[in-house]
Design a binder for this molecule. Sequence first.
Ligand code: GLY
Ligand code: MN
Length: 455
Amino acid sequence: MLREKALRSRQRELLETLPDHVLVIAAGQARLKNITSSTYPFRASSTFLYFFGKLPPGSVGVFAGGESHLFIEEVGPDDVVWHGPRPSFEEYKALACVDHVKRKSELISFLGKFEPKQILALPTLDPVANAELRLILDRTAKRDGPDSTLLDVIVKMRLIQDEYTLTEIRSACTVTSTAFERGIRSVKPGVEENVIRAEMEYSARAAGFDLAFSPIVTVHGEVLHQLHSNNTARAGDILLVDFGAESNEGYASDVSRSWPVNGQFSPQQQEIYELVLHAQKTALLLAKPGIEFRELHQVVCETFCQGLVDLKVLTGDPHELARRGVHALFFPHGLGHLLGLDVHDMEDFGDAAGYAEGRARSEEFGLSFLRLDRPLVPGMVVTIEPGMYFIPALLQDSKRTKKFEDCLNLEKLKHFSDVRGIRIEDTILITEDGNENLTTSIPKEQAELASLINA
Ligand code: GLY
Ligand code: MN
C-alpha cells in the first residue's frame, strides 16, 4: 500500500512539474558476465526504480500527456522455458502503478508523435541502455544541456525521502545491524577476512536482502576502499568493516565499524579509536536542519587536529592546523554522503545532487573528496563517517609532509603504526529538529564491542 502510494505520488509530481515535456527513463540492461546467458544480477537504474519499482531489464518508462507509460521488452516464445512465466501486461500495470503498458517495439513510433525538442531523457550508467536510448531518441541523452531540466527535478525529489523510502532504508539498516552482530561475533585471531565477510553476507542474503555495495572487510583499513578480503585477522589487528544491505526494492544502508580482532585495543589504538568516536559523536550532535554539511566536516577536521595536538603528533592551534589542511594526511575523505536508492545517492549525476546549486568541488586534497556540500534539510538521509588512517603513501611522502614540518612530529607518528585505519559510520535521517540515527543499534562503544567479541 505504502509502495503504491509512493510510486503514484512520485509519478504524479513529475508529470505535474514538467507537463509540457515527454520524459524518458530507462531501466537499463543486464550486464553480461561472459557468455550471453550469464549476466550479473540485474539492477535497474535507481531513478527507474524510484518511479516504477523492480521490472525486467530493458524496460522504459515514459511520462507524456499527463499519463505514465511503461514499455516492456518482448521475449521469445522459449523464454518461459528458461525463465518461467512473466506477469501479464495488466499485472505489470499494477506492479509499476502506471496508466498504460505497451510493447517496447512500439516505443519509437510512440515518441515519434511528439516534437523532438519536447523529449527529455535521463542517461543511465549502462552503456548498452545509453546506446539504445540514442537509437530511440536519435540523439545522446546527457546530464547537461536540455536533459538537465529533467535531472534537476529528479534531484530535488530524491533529495528528500518519503515515508516509503524511509521504510525501505530502515529495513536495510535492520538487516545490516544483524549482519554486524554476526560479523563481530565471528572475529577471532586466525580467522580469514573472507570468512567474516561471508558470515555477514550470509546474514543479509538469508534475510532475502542484497548488498548496497561491495563490502570492505579488512585489517588494512588504511586502504580506504580495500575490496580484497584475503588476509588472516591476527591478534593486534583492527578489523575495519564497511557494509550495507540493500532492501528488496533497492534502497541502501551504509555502516562502518572498526574493532580489535582479539577484543583488546593497544593503548595507542584505543586513543585513536576514542578520537574518531568523539569526532563522530560531535558531528551527530550537530547534524540538524540548517547546518551546512561542509561545516560538520570542518568541525570534525578541527576535532581531529585538537586530538592530534593532545597526542603530540601535531603542534599548534587546532583551528589554524585545520585551516592549513594538515588533518587531510590522516582523514583524506569527506565526512559523508547522501544515501537513498544508491549508497552514494545520485552520484551517477556527478555533483548535481551532492552540491548545492552554484557550488563546485574544491581542488584541495581532502576537501576534493567531500561528496556533500549542502545545508541539511528534514527528510535527507546522510552518512556520518569520520575516519583516521595512517597511510604510508601519504605520511612517508616528503612532498606532502614537507609543508607541515613545523607542526608534524614524524617520530611520534611511528608510535601509531599498528592503528592503520579506523572508521566509524552511521546512516542518519535529518528530522525537523535534529537527526535520527538509523543504525544506532550497531555497537561502537569499546565495552559493548568487547562483550560481543568475547561472547
Ligand atoms: N560505503 C562506502 C562508502 O561510503 O564509500
Ligand atoms: Mn559511506
